[in-house]
Design a protein around this ligand. Structure first.
Ligand code: SAM
Length: 236
């Protein structure tokens, strides 16, 4: 069967790789590790009927890490296959573009945006949309890739050559400066605090040696590769 060649960062690559979403040893293995770190930052729901909006939900990998916290988990993803697979994992998932979220203003008690911001064409618009749908007092949890040389070297050049990341999945020009992200969130009244993430050293070595599939992500003060942001929207 002929392999379809896509442009760098073409989101249809995720549909091409749809069978990989839930394979912990597959192309998206690191997303499993990041989903666990993301879920750990989501607080229990503060009220009955609370809604967690998962922007760029992919195959729904965040679902097991927020299950039992009391949210209706709503997922939005530009990929039809991603939304379908997320639905199979308990997410109320809809195909939608993060630049135009099909949700009412203030609909979300929590927004999570995991590893999507480094894929979008217009970061300002997407962050403004996230800020719009988050209710006052709501919590935002983000993780993304930093706009630095070392991140581009590790996550694109080396990761793609080592087949740790699918070739062409990232456009390094879209990686996100954490200071810019903090400024954009502030425009929506969200005081975002950022910290870096790194793999747990021993587990990372064991993974490289093929001796384990899961690796815990640990916080670090260095935000120059993968980083998380957490913030509360003012006015709650
Ligand atoms: C790296 S994956 C992350 C998926 C999921 N958040 C996770 O961590 O497992 C990026 C996801 O963002 C989606 N995506 C990219 N651009 C998008 C856009 N403009 N609107 C909505 N989803 C988008 C892709 O289809 C893909 O599922």
């Amino acid at each position: 069967m002929a392999t379809v060649v896509r442009e760098r960062n073409d989101p249809r690559q995720y549909d091409d790789l749809a069978d990989e979403w839930w394979d912990p040893s597959g192309a998206f293995c690191a997303l499993h590790w990041l989903a666990a770190a993301r879920g750990a930052l989501v607080p229990p729901a503060a009220r009955p009927g609370a809604v967690l909006v998962d922007v760029g939900c992919g195959g729904g990998l965040t679902a097991p890490h927020v299950a039992g916290k009391g949210y209706h988990h709503v997922g939005l993803d530009i990929g039809a296959q991603a939304a379908r697979i997320a639905r199979d994992h308990g997410v109320v998932a809809v195909q939608a573009d993060a630049h135009r979220l099909p949700l009412a203003t203030g609909a979300a008690d929590v927004v999570v945006a995991g590893e999507i911001l480094e894929h979008v064409d217009d970061l300002d618009t997407v962050v403004a949309e996230i800020g719009r749908v988050l209710r006052p007092g709501g919590v935002l949890v983000i993780d993304t890739l930093a706009d630095t040389r070392v991140c581009k070297l590790l996550m694109v050049t080396i990761a793609e050559r080592a087949r740790v990341a699918p070739p062409g999945i990232h456009d390094p020009a879209l990686f996100v400066d954490p200071r810019r992200l903090v400024r954009l969130c502030a425009r929506s009244g969200i005081a975002l605090e950022v910290h870096g993430l790194r793999p747990a050293l021993g587990q990372g070595i064991a993974w490289l040696a093929g001796r384990r599939v899961d690796v815990a992500m640990r916080p670090t003060r260095f935000t120059n590769i993968v980083y998380q942001g957490v913030g509360v929207k003012a006015g709650g």
